[in-house]
Design a protein around this ligand. Structure first.
Ligand code: SAM
Length: 280
């Protein structure tokens, strides 16, 4: 792959989904995309770039390229300190705040194979605060392949590596071959959909959320893409709704319109209450 080919492919991928391959990632890109060239019978990256731009199959191929270039690493009960703060401090508040409508909407944005969305639903079930409520946990991702796994809800030991044993026995059904399936009572609160976080048309069907989890996704975006996404999240949250980021992510230098909330043992961000909604 020449420097020029790298630049063209990197810019094309970035414009589509906000994922930025740094200069030192040329070899990573080359290694991850090479199987696509082989599958298509294309011999060099310039021809592959032309295919991505002009071929009738370009949309499907762009999805395949993004698929090959993205990291889908995830597991149940990831970043436990934050989840504890969510359970102990935010859930009582949300129970109180939404008591009159008995409805809760939570979004796992960039959910990968679904472990995060199911973890949230398990914490909600475990709290017993929302029985009989209308609860929806939405998991969305740009990759259709990971969503197929998420919907199947069957996982191996590596997905469970930080799951407390009592949660395993409570919320999973054992299957053959060391695998487990998420119990139906948890699955009933979770649904999955395909959504490119940087495609504003995608958001038309997204309802207003009480909480958005977007963990370990923005690390792959550059500053302008992060700013765009935060504007969208702000808009998609109810006033007073919470944004939970990964432990290595923060809103420093992003000028985003969020308040920092100090929870015991962790931080969260909150969309400020609009003056017209205060007390309402
Ligand atoms: C490392 S995983 C994080 C999964 C989970 N949130 C967690 O923290 O365990 C990042 C996910 O973000 C998704 N992603 C990357 N860019 C995206 C975009 N523009 N729109 C939607 N999802 C995207 C990837 O497909 C991948 O599944």
């Amino acid at each position: 792959m020449t420097a020029e080919e790298f630049r063209l492919l990197r810019d094309h991928v970035y414009a589509h989904c906000g994922i930025l391959m740094r200069e030192d990632m040329k070899f990573v890109m080359e290694r991850r995309l090479w199987p696509r060239l082989e599958a298509l019978g294309i011999s060099d990256f310039s021809a592959y770039h032309r295919y991505l731009r002009y071929d009738a199959q370009r949309r499907a191929e762009l999805e395949a390229a993004v698929e090959a270039l993205t990291t889908h690493e995830t597991y149940f009960f990831r970043e436990m300190a934050q989840l504890n703060a969510f359970t102990e401090e935010l859930l009582p508040l949300l129970q109180q705040r939404n008591a009159s409508v008995r409805r809760l909407r939570i979004w796992s944005a960039g959910c990968s194979t679904g472990e995060e969305a199911y973890t949230i639903a398990m914490l909600l079930r475990d709290s017993r605060r929302f029985e009989g409520w209308d609860v929806e946990v939405y998991g969305t991702d740009i990759s259709r392949r990971v969503l197929t796994t998420a919907r199947r809800a069957e996982y191996g030991p590596s997905s469970l590596r930080t799951t407390p044993p009592e949660m395993v026995s409570r919320f999973f059904v054992p299957l053959a071959g060391n695998k487990v399936r998420v119990r139906d009572e948890v699955r009933a609160w979770v649904s999955f959909g395909h959504l490119n976080l940087l495609d504003e048309e995608s958001y038309q069907l997204v309802p207003r959320m009480d909480v958005i989890f977007c963990r370990n996704v923005m690390i792959y975006f550059d500053l302008p893409a992060r700013r765009r996404l935060l504007r969208i999240f702000n808009e998609r949250l109810v006033p007073g709704g919470y944004l939970m980021l990964g432990h290595s992510e923060n809103l420093l230098n992003l000028g985003a319109d969020f308040e920092l909330v100090h929870l015991r043992g962790d931080l969260a961000y909150r969309r400020p209450m609009l003056p017209s909604k205060v007390g309402g």
